[in-house]
Design a protein around this ligand. Structure first.
Ligand code: HSE
Length: 412
């Protein structure tokens, strides 16, 4: 059996998991890849003495680039630089690349896929969305017969873990975040998780793949979970909803799309409502297949390594062929302003006089759905009827009695 040399760039949570899985599963992987896979180099600026494979660490990227025996490179460093420069150089040198780096794919996916195509090598990134959930390959291959028109889901394990711990275990936001970091779920800078940027990158990748044109993070309206209060959680619960951070994208009739990241009220009978802890779920809607839901662990060392190593095996199996995964470049007006799209909104606000405020709210929204929490705290909470978001927001702003207004989407 032939041996294929691979290099792993980055030995953090995911990188160490990739090396661990490749070494511990070497025999069964060799059968599936029809080749032995040898981890020849591990690139990291840090030292890792005392490991069984400490002798494989290098600090110089050029050793990988110039070594013709390295056919597949795993990039699990994260961030844009130097990841982009290294990945591009590897592809241009005729090496296949597998990455879990959603920031990289969301920013440069179309360009890197094009280079991979020109060089007849593979650029695979299954782990960049949904951690260990197989979702990108099934969308690209198994759903290829469909015109896909909607994709959305819970795409960030850390925020889902935090929200679940806050709701079910009454844990504070800070304690839940610290635990997510300890478990290896959170990004190096947890703002990427809690401010929604990680979900934004993942919906960019999903929308690019589903609808065929690159969606850039700057085109996606992004809101995180930091403004969610336990009061919102309680009102949502009373009204029959849970709050989840959602990445959402939809194809419109004119060929453009919407793409958003927001915390939303999700009805308890919606399949996404039961997706808790570090789990993610991605709903894809196609004209032939209908609804397809992908579910599994969205973050963590071994679930993510599972997806990366599967890509490595695929690359090794296809050293002489290409996986046809690609999309075109995007354009400036491709993503429309979602404020022009119909939605329902949840509103919570402070008021001086609850009865007076309610009368005024009914004057503006005659079928508003009030949420009665049974607490006397000069606060009102209600759900608007469906309407164009910008118009709903104008109407809400016109209700003079409302102060410190908090608005969330309702996922319908
Ligand atoms: N920080 C990410 C998450 C890691 O929590 O989902 C996996 O992409």
């Amino acid at each position: 059996m032939q041996t294929v040399n691979v290099a792993v760039m980055g030995h953090g949570v995911v990188g160490s998991g990739v090396v661990e899985v490749l070494l511990s599963h070497d025999k069964s992987i060799a059968v599936k890849a029809k080749s032995n896979i040898n981890v020849k180099y591990i690139l990291d600026l840090r030292d890792f003495p005392g490991l069984d494979y400490s002798d494989r660490f290098i600090k110089d990227f050029d050793l990988i680039l110039k070594d013709d025996s390295i056919k597949v490179v795993v990039e699990v460093m994260g961030g844009i630089h130097p990841a982009y420069d290294y990945v591009k150089a590897c592809l241009e040198a005729g090496k296949s690349v597998c990455t879990s780096n959603k920031e990289l794919v969301a920013a440069y996916g179309a360009e890197l896929l094009k280079i991979a195509g020109e060089k007849n090598v593979n650029f695979l990134f299954e782990a960049s969305v949904g951690g260990g959930i197989p979702v990108l390959r099934p969308i690209a291959q198994c759903l290829a017969a469909n015109d896909l028109y909607e994709v959305f889901g819970i795409l960030n394990g850390t925020t889902n873990f935090i929200l679940t711990k806050m709701i079910k275990d009454n844990m504070s936001f800070d304690d839940a975040l610290a635990l997510a970091q300890q478990l290896g779920y959170a990004e190096r800078n947890p703002s990427a998780d809690v401010d929604g940027h990680d979900t934004c990158r993942k919906i960019c990748i999903l929308a690019s793949l589903c609808f065929g044109k690159h969606v850039y993070p700057e085109q996606v309206r992004t809101e995180g979970i930091t403004k969610i209060t336990l009061s919102d959680v309680e009102y949502a619960d009373i009204a029959g909803y849970v709050i989840k951070l959602i990445g959402y994208s939809k194809l419109l009739d004119d060929g453009k799309i919407t793409a958003d990241v927001y915390p939303a009220l999700v009805a308890k009978n919606n399949q996404l409502a039961g997706v808790d802890d570090v789990f993610n779920a991605v709903m894809v809607r196609g004209d032939a297949v209908g609804d397809v839901l992908f579910y599994g662990r969205g973050a963590g060392k071994l679930p993510t390594a599972s997806a990366v190593v599967a890509d490595v095996i695929d690359c090794v199996k296809h050293l002489q062929a290409r996986k046809y995964l690609s999309w075109d470049c995007g354009f400036e007006d491709y993503v429309v302003d979602s404020k022009t799209v119909k939605t329902r909104l949840y509103v919570r606000a402070e008021v001086d006089d609850t009865l007076d405020a309610k009368a005024n709210i009914f004057g503006i929204f005659d079928d508003a759905e009030f949420i009665i929490a049974g607490k006397d705290n000069n606060e009102v909470a209600f759900i608007t009827p469906a309407g164009v978001e910008a118009e709903l927001k104008e109407k809400i702003a016109s209700i003079k009695q409302l102060r410190n207004i908090s608005v969330l989407h309702v996922l319908d």
